[in-house]
Design a protein around this ligand. Sequence first.
Ligand code: ZN
Ligand code: ZN
Length: 425
Amino acid sequence: MYSLKILGGGQEVGRNSLEISKDGSESIMLDCGVNFDEKDMPRLPLQVASPVKLKGIVVSHSHLDHTGGLPLYQISTSIPIYGTQITKQISELILSDFLKLSGAMLPFELREVQKTLGNFISLNYKDTVEVGGFTIEITKAGHIPGSTLTIVKTEKGDIAYSGDINTTETKLSGPADLSEVRDAKVFIIEGTYGKFNHPDRRKVEEDFVSKAKEVIEGGGIVLVPAFSLARSQEILSVLAERNFEYDVYYDGMSKDMLRIMLQNKNEINRYDILVKASETFNPVRGWRDRKEVLRQKGLVITGAGMLKGGAAVFYYKKIADDKRNAVFMVGYQAEGTPGRRILETGMFDEQSPPLKARLELFDFSSHAGRDQLVDIIKHSNLVEKVIIVHSSIESGKVLAKTIMEKLNGVNVYFPAEGDEIKLFD
Ligand SMILES: [Zn+2]
Ligand SMILES: [Zn+2]
């Protein structure tokens, strides 16, 4: 008998952690991520009932909502972790940064993070590996460099887990490789954008570049708050591909992420463009550079993506009061963040004056939209059960309804945290 337990990522975006158990005697985990509450307290996933039965953790990609809880299994146990090489390299930065910001609120320390990396076993795409009694294969998921789709092969049938997935080609990642999901009887799929479809990607890119030119030619500075992992390098690539002729700067942890990506040529869809971006645009190395950026009229990309801290806040406060300047949002702005407040009210916080600079929002999502998610599932000829994770309640409900309409006879589940689903008898 095979069953699935939702340890995290049930009816919420992120904090994914799923346990697949066989006959109650052994199990594997898919991802082990965290989220944050309104007060920025880390929220950990539930833990497995029996760590001795846990044979390994397969990690789909390096975002904190898939990796932040990995060190939990290195405190009194030494569970092996499987993922791509670049996922390991980026996780080292992501987990160290997590410790720096939230260490006092976590049940683990540097030692457990180091053990996490020490127990990390790197896989290549299309590798098949035995983890306890489970056979695992990974393919590209197209979400960020190193992201994988996982296929768990059992004698009762295949279980596919999308991780975070994208079928739209981006500069950093080619579309997801769905060649191995055709025999999946169970499909565990993310539903971040279960509610709507994305606009045409090329149009978004063109719109971004032409509006950026407009602002700079009008004497302004463009601030692009962006996640340091992937979104920053994607924007740099979009600008480099179109020979953007104005000064472009990138600040914060995105510099380290860029370095790792340049070391992993096979992981980057348009490596040539990323190299060009790194040779053309300017890293910001300290406060003197930051002041210089404000004197030059150009575009600056910097973390944090939701303006929760980092250099983005410094730049924002300097440019917000001048209508020649602009803030270009290029990523998801979570509830309760300054980014969301600016979008909704035009104010950074209750004390600050309303934003005078131009505000624009661009959909550079790295997640499949609603119809793309349905198409991904349709790649399987045998699918019987679809389980939606990594989704808000609203999006998950719309996606569940859409799947039931488009795929006859399929059972759709949208489980909450702690729920258990029987996969095979
Ligand atoms: Zn995620
Ligand atoms: Zn992700």
